[in-house]
Design a protein around this ligand. Structure first.
Ligand SMILES: [Zn+2]
Length: 358
């Protein structure tokens, strides 16, 4: 019955003190340390809206409990809240993954959703100690943010150093133009503009191929274009680049056109690279040549610098759908490249040497 008894009035000063002490206590609780069990009941509702209040408010309960409650939802509000909580718990890579799911997910993000996702990813890269990786995200977030609190936070992120001169790096890689493989003209009525590229996807051609002679490689690429335009009804060859067993890089579809390689919306702003060969294990399979792996790494790094995306934006076709492409023997090479890039290692030395070479 005690709850029915009227509460004795408390002096104003002690009420204020109690509130301040409560706030201080909340601020003093270290990130991600569970407080009393009675405070860990899951939140009644997943966030339904996108605002600074729903996404960027520090957790008052155990963040792990809130993360558990959010884990199954793929909605943008839930993913953005997750990204924020992961950052709060100093797990920047998990925050990057959640934000990327909003940016590249099956549903194209609204400008407001993208603004939060870009900001959170830029924060995560800063937390990783690699703020330059979030440079493009921060610029996009600045363009898109309409919420005053979000704008304030974006402005508060460290100003970023400009990226290394992309033109100098771009000059280091030779690309065989479309004419050199006798490309059939594209069907422009059947193509969509690409927009600014912001990710890259690696494929294999799924046909055993070891020939290093330029004419044989050109003929192989033309065969792929004929298959794509004739049998699949594409407006051009589906990939933007192809890499032959000698490590030559060939231009495929022009970059101003969206590719046709990763299924539906996954093609948006996504550069398609096809490495010639069949990189499955077992009969009919082969490993990529060292020259192919080196060429892929150099091309991807150049594209990252040119278009300002990070290692989290490098994909295998199998990230988007149930497919063996680009094959386990290539996936391991891609995974190694991503690991190296995340650790800050680049092949910049190699690029510089190539630029200075004959
Ligand atoms: Zn593929």
């Amino acid at each position: 019955m005690s709850e029915l008894r009227p509460r004795a009035p408390r002096p104003f000063v002690s009420t204020v003190w109690a509130r301040c002490a409560g706030l201080l206590l909340l601020c003093a609780v270290p990130a991600c340390v569970s407080t009393a069990p009675s405070l860990t009941a899951p939140p009644a509702d997943l966030p339904r809206t996108i605002s600074s209040t729903s996404i960027l408010t520090p957790p008052t309960l155990d963040p792990e409990v809130e993360l558990d409650a959010l884990a199954r939802s793929r909605s943008a509000p839930a993913l953005l809240r997750r990204a924020f909580l992961e950052l709060h718990c100093r797990r920047p890579q998990a925050a990057i993954d959640a934000a990327a799911e909003v940016i590249y997910g099956a549903n194209k993000p609204s400008p407001n959703e993208e603004a939060y996702a870009r900001y959170l990813r830029a924060e995560a890269y800063t937390q990783l100690g690699k703020p330059e990786r979030g440079r493009y995200d921060l610029e996009r977030a600045r363009e898109l943010a309409i919420d005053a609190e979000l704008q304030r936070r974006i402005a508060g992120l460290e100003p970023l150093a400009p990226t290394a001169a992309p033109a100098a790096v771009a000059a280091a890689i030779a690309v065989e133009r479309r004419q050199s493989w006798g490309a059939q003209a594209e069907d422009r009525g059947n193509l969509e503009p690409m927009g600014a590229p912001r990710r890259v996807t690696i494929h294999h051609s799924a046909m055993y191929f070891r020939d290093t002679r330029p004419a044989a490689c050109a003929a192989q690429i033309l065969r792929i274009q004929r298959e794509h335009m004739g049998n699949r009804g594409y407006g051009d060859i589906g990939y933007h680049y192809l890499i032959d067993p000698a490590g030559r890089i060939w231009q495929g579809r022009e970059m101003r056109w969206q590719g046709a390689h990763a299924s539906g919306v996954n093609n948006r702003q996504n550069i398609g690279i096809c490495v010639l060969g069949n990189f499955l294990r077992g009969r009919g399979g082969q490993g990529p040549t060292p020259a192919q792996v080196t060429a892929m790494r150099r091309l991807v790094q150049q594209l990252m610098q040119q278009h300002r995306f990070g290692p989290g934006d490098i994909h295998c076709h199998s990230d988007f759908k149930a497919t063996q492409c680009p094959g386990p023997l290539m996936e391991s090479a891609v995974a190694q490249m991503v690991r190296d890039l995340r650790q800050g290692g680049t092949d910049a030395g190699q690029l510089a040497a190539a630029a200075a070479g004959p």
